[in-house]
Write a new protein. Structure first.
Length: 83
């Protein structure tokens, strides 16, 4: 007999940090992100900060095109931890 699967839902949240600004994430893909609310920002470096079940992780990124309110997908490039 197969035991019934227990329902489990991870708690996941995050934001994009650009200097002193924080933008809530709506979705995160392998090479793009979608912000929760439309915003504008110039090209530059920042960090994607994720919280998964209370654990924080950070990913240094470059936004080659910046953030445009006219385009919901914002491409990013992962930066090496040596930069």
């Amino acid at each position: 007999m197969i035991a019934p699967r227990a329902e489990f839902s991870s708690e996941l949240s995050g934001y994009l940090e650009l200097g002193s600004l924080r933008f809530a994430l709506g979705q995160l893909g392998p090479e793009y992100l979608i912000l929760h609310n439309a915003a504008e920002a110039p090209p530059g470096r920042g960090e994607i900060v994720l919280f998964h079940d209370g654990e924080e992780s950070r990913l240094a990124v470059n936004l080659p095109n910046g953030i445009s309110a006219a385009d919901c997908k914002t491409p990013y490039e992962k930066l090496s931890t040596n930069n």
